[in-house]
Design a protein around this ligand. Structure first.
Ligand code: GLV
Length: 330
């Protein structure tokens, strides 16, 4: 921690590439958390009390109580494209700018969505566990027979940049029929580029062989996939969630997977993560990953640099680069 009082004071709430700290330190007095453990709300409140800006991750909840403890705070730069850890109304009420990291992670996250779809449909982790456990004694015609991916129907719920990336991979790489649902329909050019057809949610659920969730988490999308929705899916279908925990009702999903209501699920995000619903952990037909969809070195560097760019541009008076809310003078 530096004590240079002439520079704006910044808190970096979670560990980040050391050279990002060096870069920020050329512009700011930086206090940082290069340890492994996140700071809880009480500790964050104390550390933010004299800060002008913060670099956060999805682990830090930025709400009215925290903002009240940070009277100098003007900007919070999230190192994530999702920002459901922000209470945007509370940010607006205090005139604090929030920023996220769009675009730089789109293709990497779409790659991972597809990887999770393939791993789930083709039972890759389940079969690897079987092999490692020494259970593989002979070949069998139906051993780990999964669901076809090429030529099947890919459903996408949430057709922002990442959803479009998954659609392009499915349509152009795997010859899939792509159907999607989104709050607003894409324009004809984007639909043509993705070779995707807009449908209502019932048709999406009923026709998808593989359904990928890529929608932002909000009160409106809480449990968007629950028992009723799972009941409308094909019993052979796979479900992939790379969006946010809470969009899927994990208990209902575990029950559906156990009962064979759907075939399998690939999950990178969980309600209450890093805790994972114990019933999901006990099931074989689930591929579970620890929220790593954007985790390549290059993309995590790009995300950290974009968060830093937002802080630097804002305090140089150039305005935040990727704000998620409109604040006067930002
Ligand atoms: C990761 O989940 C992100 O929102 O960037």
């Amino acid at each position: 921690m530096t004590t240079d009082r002439s520079k704006p004071r910044i808190l970096v709430a979670r560990a980040v590439f050391p050279d990002i700290i060096d870069r920020l330190s050329r512009h700011f007095a930086v206090e940082h958390n290069q340890g492994d453990a996140p700071w809880g709300p009480a500790e964050l409140a104390v550390r933010l009390a004299d800060k002008d800006g913060a670099l956060t991750t999805g682990s830090e909840r930025i709400d009215a109580a925290l903002l009240a403890a940070a009277p100098r705070l003007k900007i919070v730069a999230n190192m994530a494209v999702g920002y459901n850890n922000f209470d945007v109304d509370a940010l607006a009420a205090r005139g604090v700018v929030g920023t996220n990291t769009p675009d730089v992670l789109t293709e990497t996250t779409a790659d991972f969505g597809f990887a999770l779809l393939l791993a789930t449909a083709r039972r890759i982790t389940e079969s690897e566990h079987y092999l490692r456990a020494g259970a593989w004694k002979r070949w069998r015609y139906d051993m780990f027979a999964g669901a076809e991916v090429h030529g099947s129907t890919l459903g996408i719920l949430g057709m922002g940049r990442i959803g479009q990336g998954i659609a392009r991979r499915g349509a152009h790489g795997f010859g899939m029929d792509v159907v999607y649902h989104n709050r607003s329909r894409l324009g004809p050019e984007l639909e043509a580029a993705c070779r995707a057809r807009y449908v209502g949610t019932d048709e999406l659920l009923a026709t998808a062989d593989h359904l990928v969730l890529v929608l932002p988490y909000s009160a409106a999308s809480h449990h968007a996939i629950g028992a009723a929705e799972l009941a409308k899916m094909k019993p052979t279908a796979t479900l992939v969630n790379i969006a946010r925990g809470g969009i899927v009702d994990d208990a209902a999903l575990a029950a559906a997977l156990r009962a064979g209501r759907i075939a399998a699920a690939g999950l990178d995000v969980f309600a209450g993560e890093p805790e994972v619903h114990p019933e999901l952990l006990a099931l074989k037909n689930v591929v579970l990953t620890p929220h790593i969809a954007s985790a390549t070195v290059a993309t995590r560097r790009a995300m950290a640099n974009l968060a830093a760019d937002n802080l630097i541009a804002f305090f140089e008076g150039r305005g935040a680069l990727t704000p998620v809310n409109a604040v006067r003078g930002a």
